[in-house]
Design a protein around this ligand. Structure first.
Ligand SMILES: C=C(O[C@@H]1C=C(C(=O)O)C=C[C@H]1O)C(=O)O
Length: 431
């Protein structure tokens, strides 16, 4: 059995800020915040952790690990107040060719201290393999807060484009799609790497991530010298009891400098055939998959516009009803990857991605998020993201390639998709 103790109720805002600050100075932390800001999870440390070995079915391994944790929680605890946090790789079969091989295969933790924050309440849980000391949970938290210090500072960074000929690759791929009888869409990614001069302060990083990307999710996960950061707008799915939500996010245009220009661009995106088709592929495929396990599927025929800091997307939210106790891990394997990150048909798209992309995707484009021990979960698609290893970092940005795609246009689109992370680093310089 695991030892579990909890504190319920409203925690003061100041205390919460102090705790988040302290948590992000720790060697291991995890953070999830929903784009509607109604759910936050903060994890400090790790009581149990699962990083896979190669050649194993990671999803199945995490699922068994998760069931095993559930069995070890004392009866009186509300299982919805405890979650594991982490992420799966985009495709565990992809060869590890990236600079950052370690997280090629995914990572999940059961934190030692977990804080769940919703508008109704804050629940803080401590989980240990061994008996608790004499100190109360409150005084454990106070000690964590007291000991937190940070004098980390980043003074600069460099940035290298790892795929300088990517636009030509896109033109070739578009021709290949045009000539193919079956291939409809392939999402091709490009990468940038760099080095940080000085050191990133993770608390300042989170603060900046939230301030610069107010309409997106915020995800951060650090295990010692590795950290993954994302400001994705894309939900893979959310499940709460029998309620299920997902969304198609595909089709992109930049933001305007004025409200008029911004709306003009949104209209241009809405009326653009290539983007509408690219979006429809995602809607149709998601709807087909969801209808296999859910009922009462609901979504609008026309997409909406989702506005983020540097881009706007075509967006179709989809909701449905699922059976009670639906297996979250099954949902992940059915829903991921959608044609927003993979392509259509899936298998040929994945082969092309593996062959053409210069780095392994690892967590880029993979499902990351939280899963409560009561089987409620929100998994998001890890894009607009950055992977940091010591002072090195790697970034990813992709675009849906269709028969009529033009390399230089897609290149510009991916430049906009890199911006949430490049602007984050620029902002953090000398802060
Ligand atoms: C692949 C990315 O974004 C995906 C591709 C999009 C597109 O091609 O229009 C839009 C949103 C995402 O589904 C990325 O941001 O790296």
């Amino acid at each position: 059995m695991l030892n579990v103790r909890q504190m319920h109720g409203k925690y003061s805002d100041t205390k919460m800020q102090q705790l988040i600050y302290a948590a992000l100075q720790q060697e291991i932390f995890s953070y999830f915040e929903s784009s509607d800001k109604t759910t936050k999870w903060l994890g400090i440390g790790s009581t149990l952790r699962i990083s896979p070995d190669q050649n194993s079915n990671y999803l199945q391994k995490v699922s068994q690990w998760f069931d095993d944790i559930k069995r070890q929680i004392p009866d009186k605890i509300d299982l919805d107040t405890i979650a594991v946090l982490g992420g799966f790789p985009f495709d565990e079969k992809f060869e590890a060719k990236s600079l950052f091989k370690d997280w090629q295969t995914g990572i999940f933790v059961l934190p030692r201290i977990i804080m769940k924050v919703t508008p109704e309440q804050t629940v803080i849980t401590e989980i240990k393999l061994h008996k608790f000391s004499e100190d109360s949970l409150e005084s454990v938290l106070d000690t964590i807060i007291e000991l937190a210090t940070s004098d980390k500072k980043m003074t600069g960074f460099d940035l290298v484009d790892l795929d300088p000929k990517w636009d030509r690759q896109v033109d070739k791929l578009a021709t290949e799609i045009k000539q193919s009888n079956s291939l409809k869409k392939v999402v091709l990614g490009r990468y940038k790497k760099g080095t940080i001069i000085g050191e990133l302060d993770w608390y300042k990083t989170l603060k900046a991530l939230r301030a610069l990307n107010q309409t997106t999710y915020h995800f951060m996960m650090r295990v010692k010298d590795q950290c993954f950061v994302s400001a994705t707008p894309e939900r893979l799915f959310k499940i709460d009891g029998t309620q299920f939500w997902t969304a198609a996010v595909a089709g992109t245009i930049g933001r305007g400098n004025s409200e008029t220009e911004d709306n003009r661009k949104a209209l241009e995106l809405f009326k653009d055939d290539k983007n509408r088709q690219e979006h429809q592929i995602v809607v149709d495929e998601i709807a087909t998959r969801v209808s296999r396990f859910a009922e009462n599927l609901q979504y609008q025929r026309q997409p909406m516009i989702l506005k983020n800091q540097t881009v706007q997307h075509l967006y179709t939210p989809i909701s449905a009803q699922v059976e009670p106790k639906t297996d979250v891990f099954k949902l992940i394997s059915v829903m991921h990857p959608t044609p927003a990150l993979g392509g259509l048909p899936l298998t040929s798209a994945l082969h092309l991605i593996d062959r053409l992309e210069s780095q392994g995707r690892a967590l880029f484009g993979g499902p990351v998020g939280y899963i409560t021990l009561a089987n409620n979960s929100e998994m998001i698609v890890a894009i607009r993201s950055m992977y940091v290893y010591k002072t090195n970092f790697l970034m990813f940005a992709g675009a849906g390639i269709m028969p009529d795609s033009v390399g230089t246009t897609e290149f510009k689109e991916t430049e906009l998709k890199f911006q949430p992370m490049t602007k984050l680093l620029q902002y953090l310089e000398d802060k």
